[in-house]
Write a protein that binds this ligand. Structure first.
Ligand code: 3PG
Length: 389
């Protein structure tokens, strides 16, 4: 796989796929580690004299964070200290004119690529390379650089469709993440997993592949609550919320894992709502659980302290409003003498949010699903596309 160290970018039109999918708070995208890493890639290409057109997505259709990238363009402009042209079309003369008017070092950002339905089809590189927008967009570029490691598990048009058409390179984020994840896989032979967040299906996939080798799994976030609910504990309003959001779709797989590995999987002993901290089953009707409670924080920190290696993926609760559980767990991991890894878009954003340095951990991956799949031994579609071209 070629990387951008081998690219003489000066004067070239570069189509750069990044992952600027950021947490949105009060309508504003947040400047997380992910944003900073892509800022570096864009700066680097710009300084090398490339004419860089950035592609990215934000959210998924029907989700609240599925929005335009207009504010992202303003954020880039502010950080780069230069104009960033924001273009709302993906093909045709308006795009052609925008690219043709670029000078060496200029940067353009395209609108949320997921506004195009073709983007989201999960088909192979050859098939995507024949998509109307892919064929037409490719015409304006000398090279394609894929730096979106965190979306590398998606066989989406912008992730795989350009590799059969353009000379293609892995960007610095992609290369570094691949190297670090390889190291994590080698070094994390045994230890504990701390798993939370909002995507139980990802977490269950990771557990299935790794549980034989790990010592313990500490569950928090939605996966922890789902398991408590499966054990028959009532969770107030959260039960209905889990069902409404279809987070119970992987319930059977979780139950099966629990049957086989109940000695390894630890679930929260208490949960926080607006009115206090309750044991599972005691959560008052009509109240929503937001976070793990004090007993759980203490137990999880002790486990982290005793472990030789810890991998955390997913916050312990709704950290935007109720950060305490996630904050204490991240702090215990930062203080650990063992090998420590944080993975995931939200999880990596906790480093800055809670005042830590990236160096406090052995690796901080900005990828969630791609990190999980890599750790689970699965091939990543975009990496394969770069390797096959
Ligand atoms: C992520 O944040 O994990 C990536 O941007 C991929 O997003 P997705 O899960 O919506 O494809």
């Amino acid at each position: 796989m070629r990387d951008t160290d081998q690219l003489d970018a000066e004067g070239k039109t570069v189509l750069l796929r990044t992952d600027l999918n950021l947490p949105i708070e009060d309508g504003e995208p947040q400047k997380t580690v992910r944003f900073e890493r892509y800022l570096e890639t864009i700066k680097e290409l710009s300084q090398k004299g490339a004419r860089t057109v950035v592609m990215a997505h934000q959210g998924r259709p029907a989700r609240q964070d599925f929005t335009s990238l207009e504010t992202h363009a303003e954020m880039l402009e502010e950080e780069l200290g230069k104009d960033v042209n924001f273009v709302q079309t993906f093909f045709g003369p308006q795009l052609g004119d925008a690219v043709a008017s670029m000078q060496d070092g200029d940067v353009t950002l395209l609108e949320n690529i997921r506004f195009l339905s073709e983007e989201l089809q999960n088909v192979g590189a050859k098939r995507h390379s024949r998509d109307y927008f892919v064929e037409n967009l490719a015409k304006y570029f000398d090279v394609y650089v894929d730096d979106a490691f965190s979306a590398a598990h998606r066989s989406h048009a912008s992730m795989v469709g350009f590799t059969p058409l353009l000379e293609s390179y892995a960007g610095p984020v992609m290369s570094n993440e691949l190297e670090s994840c390889k190291r994590v896989k080698q070094e994390f032979q045994s230890g504990i997993l701390v798993l939370g967040g909002e995507k139980p299906s990802d977490i269950i996939g990771m557990m299935k592949h790794m549980i034989e080798d790990v010592e313990k799994v500490l569950l928090g976030g939605i996966p922890g609550e789902l398991e408590l609910n499966l054990e028959g504990h009532s969770l107030g309003e959260k039960e209905q919320w889990i069902r409404d959001n279809n987070f119970d779709s992987s319930a059977d797989e979780l139950e099966e894992l629990m049957r086989e590995y109940s000695d390894k999987i630890i679930v929260p002993e208490d949960l926080r709502t607006d009115s206090g901290v309750y044991e599972p089953g005691e959560v008052p009707e009509g109240e929503m659980t937001w976070d793990i409670g004090d007993e759980t924080k203490e137990r999880y920190c002790q486990e982290i302290h005793d472990a030789d290696a810890v991998v955390m993926k997913g916050p312990m609760g709704a950290f935007e409003e109720h950060p305490e559980g996630s904050e204490i767990v991240v702090e215990c991991i930062a203080d650990s003498d063992g090998f420590t890894v944080l993975g995931g878009g939200h999880t990596s954003s906790l480093v800055q949010r809670f005042g830590h340095e990236l160096d406090d951990f052995d690796h901080v991956s900005i990828a969630g699903g791609a990190f999980v799949r890599y750790m689970s031994g699965e091939e990543l579609a975009a990496v394969q596309a770069l390797e096959n071209q």
